[in-house]
Ligand binder design. Structure first.
Ligand SMILES: [Zn+2]
Length: 494
C-alpha cells in the first residue's frame, strides 16, 4: 500500500510540474495574439483611431491575465503620449518681384503651417539648392526667409540625405519657411502624398518652421521664370557641393490656415515587481502601432494589418511576460508596448523623456520588433552590437538556450530604425536580440515585399518558428538579467 501510495504521488508530481517547466512558447500561442491584433477589425492599429482603443485594451487585458501589474505614472496601464497631426487648410499666396505681382499658372504647391494661422507679407525667397554644404552646414543666408530646397539630394553628405535632416538644419539656421521642390523624376507625387497624409508628430520634440511645404518642379520653374531667372542654370549651379544659395529677388505674401489635430495616444506599461528594491530593472519593449489604412484608395484591401510588423513582437512580449510572471525575480521587470513607432519612434522618445522610473536603473532594455521572419534554428544577431558591454553576456545566455551566434555587426544597419534607439540616445544599454535580423537576405525579402503594405497579414504561411524560439530566448534573458547573483550590474544600489 505504502509503495503504491508513493508511486501515485510521484506520478502526480510529474504530471503537474514537469511539463510546465520544460515547455517553451509555442507557435500556436503567438498565432492567437497575432490573429487578434492583425485582424481587419483592428484596422491596422493606427494611433488615434478606433483601432488604437481596441489594441491597447487587448494588450492591457492580456498583460493583466499574464500576471503583470499596471505601471503607468497614474498606476493604470496607459501612459499618455501627446501627438499632433497637421492637415492642409485654405491658403492664399502672392509672389512679387520688383514691385510687380508674379503670375504663376500652377496650383501644385502645398503649404502647412506650424500653427493654425500663418500670415506674412514680404518674406524674401532664397533658392538654397539641396540646402546644405558638403560638411552638412548651411551656407545660405536663410535667417527670417523662405528657403526653397531641392528635394533630390544625391550629392548631400550621407547624414544630410533625408529631407528631415536638411529641413532641421535650415530651421536651425533661422529659416522662417522651408519649401521643398519635388524633382522631375517623380518625387513630387511622393512629397505631395506625404504632406497630405497628415503625418503624426510628437509636439514636445518637433523642430518646425513657421511654414513648411512643397511645390512641383513645374511651379518652381514658373516662379523662377516669372522672376526673370533661368531654372536650368539655377539648378545646375546648385549642384556644386559648396553652393551658398541665391536670393531670387522675390518676396512672398502668405495667408495659410492649417488643420491642427492634437490627441493623446498611449504607451501601455506593465511590471513585475522584483524582490530586491533598488537593484535595477530589466525593460522589454515593442511597438503596438502600425499604419492603419495604407493601401491605395481604390484597392479592395486597404488595411495594413501589420502582422509581422509588429503584432508578432507584441505576441512575443505577452508570452514572455506570462512566463516570467510565474516566479519572483530579484529586479523589477517592465514591459512597454509603445505607440507611433511607425511615425519615427515617437512613443519611445516620449517614454525616454518621461520614464516611469529612472532610466539609469535599467540594466538592459530589449526591444522586440518584426520578429516573425526566421525559421527555428536560426542564429542570434544583436542590433546594437558593440554599443554596450553586454554582448558577451547576451551571447552566453543565447548559447545556453542552444542558439548559435551571428557575430557580424551587419544587423546594426537597423539600429536607428527601432525603438531601442530612443533609449540608447539617453545612455540606456539598449539591444535588439534575435533571429529575424541574423539572416539579412531573408529580412530584405520581407522588406522588399509585404512590409508596410496590405499583405503583411497573418496567413498559414506566416513563419512563427523563429519567433517562438526568440520568445524562449527572451525569457532566458529576462531570468538572467533580473537575477542579481547571475548578473551583477554596475548600477547604483548593487
Ligand atoms: Zn514598420
Amino acid at each position: 500500500m505504502r509503495l503504491f501510495k508513493l508511486a501515485v504521488f510521484a506520478t502526480f508530481t510529474f504530471l503537474v510540474t514537469a511539463p510546465a517547466v520544460a515547455k517553451g512558447v509555442s507557435e500556436i500561442e503567438l498565432r492567437e495574439h497575432i490573429a487578434v491584433l492583425a485582424s481587419d477589425e483592428f484596422e491596422g492599429r493606427k494611433p488615434g483611431t478606433p483601432g488604437e482603443a481596441k489594441t491597447v485594451k487587448y494588450i492591457a487585458e492580456q498583460w493583466a491575465k499574464a500576471g503583470l501589474k499596471p505601471a503607468a505614472s497614474d498606476h493604470g496601464w496607459f501612459e499618455p503620449v501627446p501627438l499632433i497631426q497637421r492637415g492642409r487648410g485654405d491658403a492664399t499666396f502672392v509672389f512679387h518681384s520688383g514691385g510687380r505681382k508674379l503670375r504663376i499658372v500652377s496650383d501644385e504647391i502645398i503649404l502647412i503651417g506650424k500653427d493654425a494661422q500663418y500670415a506674412k507679407t514680404g518674406l524674401p525667397v532664397v533658392f538654397v539648392g539641396i540646402g546644405v554644404t558638403a560638411d552638412g552646414g548651411v551656407a545660405a543666408d536663410v535667417a527670417g526667409k523662405l528657403a526653397l530646397v531641392l528635394f533630390e539630394a544625391d550629392n548631400a553628405p550621407p547624414k544630410m540625405k533625408s529631407p528631415r535632416a536638411r529641413r532641421e538644419a535650415l530651421i536651425a539656421a533661422g529659416a522662417e519657411a522651408v519649401i521643398f521642390v519635388g524633382d522631375s523624376q517623380g518625387n513630387w507625387p511622393t512629397l505631395r502624398r506625404q504632406l497630405l497624409s497628415r503625418p503624426i508628430g510628437l509636439e514636445s520634440r518637433e523642430k518646425r518652421a513657421e511654414l513648411e511645404g512643397a511645390m512641383s518642379t513645374e511651379f518652381a520653374v514658373a516662379l523662377v521664370t516669372a522672376a526673370g531667372r533661368d531654372w536650368d542654370k539655377l539648378r545646375a549651379h546648385a549642384k556644386g557641393a559648396d553652393y551658398t544659395g541665391e536670393a531670387l529677388g522675390v518676396d512672398a505674401d502668405f495667408n495659410v490656415s492649417t488643420d491642427i489635430y492634437r490627441f493623446n495616444s498611449s504607451n501601455v506599461i506593465g511590471k513585475l515587481t522584483g524582490r530586491k528594491k533598488g537593484s535595477g530593472a530589466v525593460l522589454f519593449m515593442g511597438h503596438w502601432d502600425h499604419l492603419g489604412l495604407c493601401g491605395p484608395e481604390d484597392a479592395t484591401d486597404r488595411i495594413c494589418n501589420g502582422a509581422v510588423d509588429n503584432a508578432s513582437g507584441i505576441a512575443v512580449l505577452t508570452e514572455v511576460a506570462q512566463r516570467l510572471a510565474r516566479k519572483r525575480h530579484d529586479r523589477d521587470i517592465y514591459f512597454i508596448a509603445t505607440t507611433a513607432e511607425e511615425s519615427g519612434l515617437l512613443g519611445a522618445y516620449a517614454y525616454a523623456d518621461k520614464p516611469v522610473f529612472p532610466l539609469e536603473d535599467i540594466v538592459i532594455s530589449l526591444n522586440i520588433d518584426t520578429i516573425a521572419i526566421a525559421k527555428r534554428n536560426s542564429k542570434v544577431a544583436i542590433i546594437g552590437r558593440g554599443t554596450t558591454p553586454l554582448d558577451a553576456t547576451v551571447e552566453a545566455v543565447a548559447r545556453k538556450t542552444g542558439r548559435a551566434i551571428e557575430s557580424s555587426t551587419d544587423a546594426n544597419d537597423f539600429i536607428q530604425r527601432q525603438d531601442g534607439w530612443a533609449l540608447a540616445q539617453k545612455g540606456v544599454p539598449a539591444l535588439m536580440v534575435g533571429g529575424s535580423f541574423a539572416d539579412l537576405d531573408l529580412m530584405q525579402k520581407f522588406l522588399g515585399s509585404d512590409y508596410h503594405g496590405p499583405n503583411d497579414e497573418l496567413t498559414d504561411k506566416t513563419e512563427l518558428g523563429g519567433a517562438a524560439e526568440d520568445a524562449d530566448l527572451h525569457i532566458a534573458l529576462g531570468q538572467y538579467f533580473a537575477d542579481t547573483r547571475k548578473y551583477k550590474s554596475t548600477k547604483a544600489g548593487e
